[in-house]
Design a protein around this ligand. Structure first.
Ligand SMILES: NC(=O)c1ccc[n+]([C@@H]2O[C@H](COP(=O)([O-])OP(=O)(O)OC[C@H]3O[C@@H](n4cnc5c(N)ncnc54)[C@H](OP(=O)(O)O)[C@@H]3O)[C@@H](O)[C@H]2O)c1
Length: 294
């Protein structure tokens, strides 16, 4: 790294974006929608061009409202498909490495086997379609880039599934959660740490090189069991006073604008073979809930 070079993080206020910036310290510079209109290429490029020497660009911005995307297709595609393509082009033109995140929602229900990078995507909802279009926009540029697919993100910083379960549990009302959606909960700080470690590797160019990589928390769990684990962790950490029951329902009974896949588990064996592995989800959950208390 040349002195003064910084890593640009797009989506500075998000769960992964804020974790990246916290870990980067003075070597990171965040760009949020206050600094640039992410749906306007000219505005975006103008904001990036004034940032000085750049070491890497990481896009952590996304339109993540899965149900909202069904009625806001244009906005979802602008942020999830056009924006990563523009960023990939900007980075490639300056020979700067580019990291983009995608999702397990590019896959359908499947047959219960964890999804591998080579499996054919077939999204069930508009959010998944827009994220798949974003992957392809980045890959079309064919630069020094990597698309990291992750799943079920949570962290201390923002409203997310873990926080919502704790807030509802604090009200003492019994919860109903789907028992047939299985995924790998992923701590945003763990993912940020692994991303930055990847960018620091001596063999980075070989590992990146327009690749697709699955990276999520270790192990898997269904939503109802995950909710019970969140509640247990919350009681143990003193975040909520006592446990509440969680009743199970099914995806077909759950009413929502967007269809959701039941199998959200990503096979992370390629990352593991490269020495990139996130902590087991139970370990990260315990730590994050304790940090929430603090
Ligand atoms: N969350 C998950 O469960 C999950 C699962 C799999 C993959 N992913 C992927 O992982 C990456 C990081 O996700 P995350 O959970 O850290 O995201 P997040 O917390 O939802 O943050 C998204 C960022 O994008 C910005 N943003 C959202 N809508 C925007 C819009 N219409 N115009 C401009 N900026 C907008 C947000 O700005 P404001 O804060 O100002 O709204 C925020 O900075 C994303 O690529 C996401 O698709 C997420």
């Amino acid at each position: 790294m040349t002195a003064g070079e910084r890593t640009i993080v797009i989506g500075a206020s998000g769960q992964v974006g804020s974790s990246l910036l916290a870990q980067l310290g003075a070597s990171g510079v965040g760009v949020s929608r206050n600094e640039a209109d992410f749906s306007n290429r000219v505005d975006l490029v103008r904001a990036l061009d004034v940032l000085g020497p750049v070491q890497a660009v990481i896009n952590a911005a996304a339109y993540n409202n899965v149900d909202g995307a069904e009625s806001e297709r244009g906005e979802a595609f602008l942020i999830n498909a056009d924006l990563p393509g523009w960023l990939a082009e900007w980075s490639a033109a300056r020979a700067v490495p580019f990291v983009h995140y995608s999702t397990e929602y590019v896959f359908p229900d499947g047959n219960g086997v964890a999804w591998r990078e080579g499996d054919s995507p077939a999204p069930l909802n508009v959010y998944g379609e827009s994220k798949l279009a974003g992957e392809r926009a980045v890959q079309r540029v064919n630069g020094d880039s990597i698309v990291i697919r992750t799943s079920w993100l949570y962290g201390t910083s923002k409203s997310n599934f873990v926080r919502r379960v704790l807030e509802l549990a604090a009200l003492g009302k019994p919860l109903t959660m789907v028992g047939d959606q299985v995924g790998s909960p992923t701590d945003a700080a763990d993912l940020a740490r692994a991303t930055l470690a990847l960018l620091q590797r001596e063999d980075r160019e070989e590992v990146m090189g327009n690749q697709l990589l699955h990276l999520a928390g270790g192990g898997s769990v269904n939503r109802a069991e995950f909710s019970r684990a969140i509640i247990d962790a919350g009681v143990h950490a003193g975040v909520i006073p006592h446990a509440i029951p969680v009743t199970e329902t099914t995806t077909s009974e759950y009413v929502a604008a967007a269809r959701r896949p039941t199998n959200c588990v990503l096979d992370c064996s390629i990352a593991r073979a490269l020495g990139i592995e996130l902590a087991p989800w139970q370990e990260s959950l315990t730590r994050v809930v304790q940090e929430m208390r603090a």
